[in-house]
Design a protein around this ligand. Structure first.
Ligand SMILES: Nc1ncnc2c1ncn2[C@@H]1O[C@H](COP(=O)(O)OP(=O)(O)OP(=O)(O)O)[C@@H](O)[C@H]1O
Ligand SMILES: [Mg+2]
Ligand SMILES: [Zn+2]
Length: 467
């Protein structure tokens, strides 16, 4: 079952979420003021090709004497256009036919008199034309044969020659709002008897990131993935996303702040196969939602794109200041850029830790991103100490500069897991550690050869006793 093909809109009124485009084209058809060249610009799967085909039917439908916004769908012309076999309608993909020869032969074809009222050329991925091809087309666009209609579609208008753009009437197809996608999916799920909850539809719709085609494809996949009703969990499993409760738990840890929990969550995600880019792609919209809800409250309820509900977001916003949210967003955007770097997992961890308000100035923790070189005598930890903690700490002290050894000896290693070192000692020594924490982290890394992020936290002795 290919839902996108089955539910391709057949008339302008079926195209959802593009009111400006559909209204303008409907009026143009009613008034018979159709341009000879259109440019449809927008993301993947938002209705460009569908609208182009509708327009082709609208100008050629035989049931009507003149162009109509409601082509019948059953006359020969309409049926042939839907099947892709109409002689008067040429649909070519510039991604694979981008040369000047192909465009020239296309122009020759359209100069012939049509059987129907108009010859229609749908040029998909128009930005893929070579500049020679685009120049060859330019002249025809300028003085088109009276019976032709050109519809250029592109996802990347900025790659088109400005001269091409200026000869077309341009329509922007917008990314569809999650609620718009969810509504359409809901109607289709009804028709297909797919049992899926409202929340699951919204989660699917958010994952589609503005594209209806992706939304429909996901719905089709979801319907095959389970026999019972499809809930949010099934959708998250299908899309490999981060479950909302884990996301919430992370944000709570950030707020608390609980460094260990932030880091443990980050590592759990990475171990369970979440990619750094998926983690950032989940956090970015969440922080954007938080900022939006903080600023505008209820009025932006329908614009929420993250996995959290309005109620949850609204509760969380009270604990963040606008400035903190802005800083976190800037940080996440930066992290997005670093995803292509050498060790994105490390950057993701650093980024999550930095989400903790004031983290960078907290004296209790040293973070130290991994260096690429592995030191000479590594003692592998594999997550757990391979020797008793005291011995392990001793090994580290022995590798320290002589001057530092006495005070380091006054510290005890309480726990050590996944690169998180928890130390305790008397107040004076802990103060010393807090000033030298970065150096100590480097020392640990050098001694153990552990190539992950080293985090040092410390507890006053009372707390260690208590726990
Ligand atoms: N605005 C919309 N309203 C209803 N259905 C839509 C809409 N946009 C896309 N679809 C669904 O997605 C499918 C693909 O849409 P279409 O081919 O028009 O996208 P496109 O914008 O041309 O994408 P691409 O840039 O990938 O070519 C359609 O068959 C239809 O099922
Ligand atoms: Mg298309
Ligand atoms: Zn018709």
């Amino acid at each position: 079952m290919n839902l996108p093909t089955k539910y391709r809109p057949k008339i302008l009124a079926d195209v959802v979420g593009q009111p400006i485009v559909t209204r303008a084209l409907t009026n143009a058809l009613i008034r018979s003021q159709i341009n000879s060249a259109y440019l449809f610009v927008g993301l993947r799967g938002v209705g460009k090709t569908s609208t182009a085909r509708i327009l082709a039917k609208s100008v050629n439908c035989q049931t009507h004497e003149r162009p109509t916004p409601k082509p019948c769908g059953c006359c020969n012309a309409c049926r042939e256009i839907e099947r892709g076999s109409a002689l008067d309608v040429v649909e070519i993909d510039a991604a694979s036919n981008n040369g000047v020869d192909e465009i020239r032969s296309l122009i020759e074809r359209v100069s012939l008199t049509p059987i129907a009222r108009q010859r229609v050329v749908i040029l998909d991925e128009a930005h893929c034309m070579t500049s020679n091809a685009a120049n060859a087309l330019l002249k025809t666009l300028e003085e088109p044969p009276g019976h032709t209609l050109f519809i250029l579609c592109t996802t990347e208008a900025h790659k088109l020659l400005p001269t091409i753009i200026s000869r077309c009437q341009t329509f922007e197809f917008h990314a569809l709002a999650p609620t718009t996608i969810a509504e359409q999916l809901s109607a289709i799920a009804d028709q297909e008897s797919i049992d899926i909850t409202e929340d699951a539809l919204l989660t699917l719709a958010r994952h589609a990131q503005g594209g209806m085609r992706d939304g429909l494809q996901l719905l089709g996949q979801a319907s095959l993935s389970t026999d019972g009703a499809i809930g949010v969990e099934e959708v998250i499993a299908l899309t490999g996303g981060i479950p909302p409760e884990e996301l919430l738990s992370l944000i709570k840890a950030v707020l608390k702040p609980d460094v260990l929990r932030v880091l443990t969550q980050a590592r759990r995600w990475l171990e369970s196969g979440q990619t750094p880019s998926n983690i950032i792609a989940t956090l970015l919209p969440t922080y954007r939602d938080l900022l939006m809800v903080k600023g505008a409250g209820q009025s932006v309820k329908t614009l929420i794109t993250s996995g959290l509900t309005y109620k949850t977001l609204s509760r969380l916003t009270h604990t963040f200041t606008t400035e903190q949210l802005n800083q976190s967003l800037a940080l996440l955007k930066d992290a997005e850029r670093l995803l292509g770097s050498h060790r994105p997992e490390v950057w993701v961890e650093v980024c999550l830790l930095n989400l903790i308000p004031g983290y960078a100035t907290q004296p209790t923790v040293a973070i130290h991103p991994v260096k690429d070189s592995i030191p000479s005598t590594p003692v592998s930890l594999n997550g757990k100490p391979s020797q008793p903690l005291a011995d392990h700490w001793r090994t580290i002290i022995n590798a320290a500069p002589e001057k530092a050894q006495p005070w380091l000896s006054q510290l005890q290693l309480v726990s050590c897991q996944n690169g998180i070192y928890e130390l305790t000692g008397d107040k004076t020594t802990l103060n010393k550690l807090s000033r030298a924490s970065r150096k100590v982290a480097q020392l640990i890394q050098k001694t153990t050869g552990d190539d992950q992020l080293i985090v040092i936290t410390f507890k006053p002795p009372e707390e260690v006793m208590a726990s």
